[in-house]
Design a protein around this ligand. Structure first.
Ligand code: FE
Length: 199
């Protein structure tokens, strides 16, 4: 099943299919339910926006890292010890906000989202309204999130897929000079990483 089919199947039918699959894998000694639970738990415990915060803070303090991040985000994220191996072959792309351009991410077809770096996605990200309107009228949607951009700032909308996910590198807040990398990371919010908030 491709990632973009999940919205089109009832959750009960999906749940039954997963149970059947797990039972078959157990029968063949390919998997135990306990091991599956442990894997999912570890993943969810590690999947938080603090990871995205670490990536962004490093990019703010290290221009060479930022360039590597923009060139190949999957590799740059691995470089700072965030394990995304469970995620292959999905690619990550980082897009940088500047004084001329603002970036916002969406999945128009379903709810593709870089969970490993941002944690579980919020309900609004999965809503039909956000998914459709962000592409059509991004400036209005952003205004509703409280993001008022000057008219000359270009808005780029990035449509996530099962092969390619995005993370926004927000602009570094003014008056953040002298903060440590860890303190900078703590300034980065989940919505900032989606592009629906400024820092
Ligand atoms: Fe999706």
């Amino acid at each position: 099943m491709s990632d973009h089919d999940h919205d089109h199947e009832s959750s009960a039918a999906l749940s039954n299919r997963v149970k059947t699959l797990v039972a078959q894998l157990e029968q063949r000694d390919l998997l135990t339910e306990a091991k599956l639970d442990a894997t999912v738990e570890t993943f969810l415990l590690k999947a938080t926006p603090a990871n995205g915060g670490r990536v962004v803070a490093r990019a703010w303090v290290d221009a060479a890292f930022k360039q590597r991040l923009l060139d190949d985000a999957s590799a740059a994220v691995a470089e700072i010890g965030i394990d995304m191996s469970h995620w292959a072959p999905v690619k990550l792309r980082a897009v940088e906000n500047t004084d001329r351009e603002h970036n916002v991410i969406v999945c128009t077809l379903c709810s593709c989202y870089p969970i490993a770096l941002l944690g579980p996605s919020p309900a609004w990200y999965k809503s039909a309204e956000y998914r459709s309107r962000t592409v059509r009228e991004p400036r209005a949607v952003l205004a509703e999130f409280g993001v008022a951009l000057p008219p000359d700032v270009r808005i780029n909308v990035w449509d996530s897929t099962s092969e390619l996910r995005y993370i926004v590198v927000p602009r570094r807040p003014q008056a953040s000079e002298g903060l440590s990398e860890a303190e900078l990371a703590a300034l980065v919010t989940r919505d900032g990483l989606v592009g629906t908030a400024l820092l």
